[in-house]
Design a protein around this ligand. Structure first.
Ligand code: SF4
Length: 176
């Protein structure tokens, strides 16, 4: 039986959801028998490949680069999973929404800097006017809330997906 092609991606998040994924610990070994991790911050693949079965996406859509990536991920993925509250609701990254991009850039690169304060003109992905959850940009198939979701919750969701079912969290699963 061919292995499931699994990807994980990191948009505007803190990596805590990926840390929770790594908290699967020894269950990762069993998972490795069932999946090929074809793209992730945890592996060296540079470009999101076509033909991905399941993609776990951490983080909100905050920049033009995030938006380009999530649209590519959607195009190349069968089952797209919003992993964690930043992906599901925009959560912490969206705290900047009421302030506007200019105020945020000024605060980060001028007010809080003592040496050569200046707003970078290159090598910085352009921020979108508003931070959005993933489902506001592309269709999402599964939502896993929590900040971060617990390893048990991620394991349950992956187990169900690998069994060919959409996870039904009901009330028995403890989030994050
Ligand atoms: Fe970090 Fe929480 Fe956002 Fe996950 S949901 S990326 S743990 S802030």
């Amino acid at each position: 039986m061919p292995k499931v092609r699994l990807a994980t991606a990191w948009l505007d998040g803190c990596s805590g959801c990926h840390m929770s994924f790594l908290d699967l610990d020894e269950r990762l070994i069993a998972l490795a028998d069932q999946v090929d991790l074809v793209y992730s911050p945890l592996v060296d693949t540079k470009e999101f490949p076509p033909g991905v079965d399941v993609a776990l996406v951490e983080g909100a859509v905050s920049s033009e680069e995030d938006e380009r990536r999530i649209r590519l991920i959607r195009d190349r993925t069968h089952t797209l999973v919003s992993l964690g509250d930043c992906a599901v609701t925009a959560n912490v990254p969206s705290l900047r929404n009421p302030l506007g991009v200019d105020a945020i850039m000024h605060r980060a690169y001028i007010e809080n800097v003592s040496l050569q304060p200046q707003i970078p003109q290159e090598s910085l992905p352009a921020l979108l006017p508003r931070v959005r959850p993933v489902h506001a940009v592309v269709t999402v198939d599964v939502f896993i809330p929590g900040c971060p979701p617990s390893a048990d919750t991620i394991h349950f969701a992956l187990s169900e997906l690998l069994a060919g079912r959409l996870p039904d969290f009901g009330s028995s699963v403890r989030f994050g």
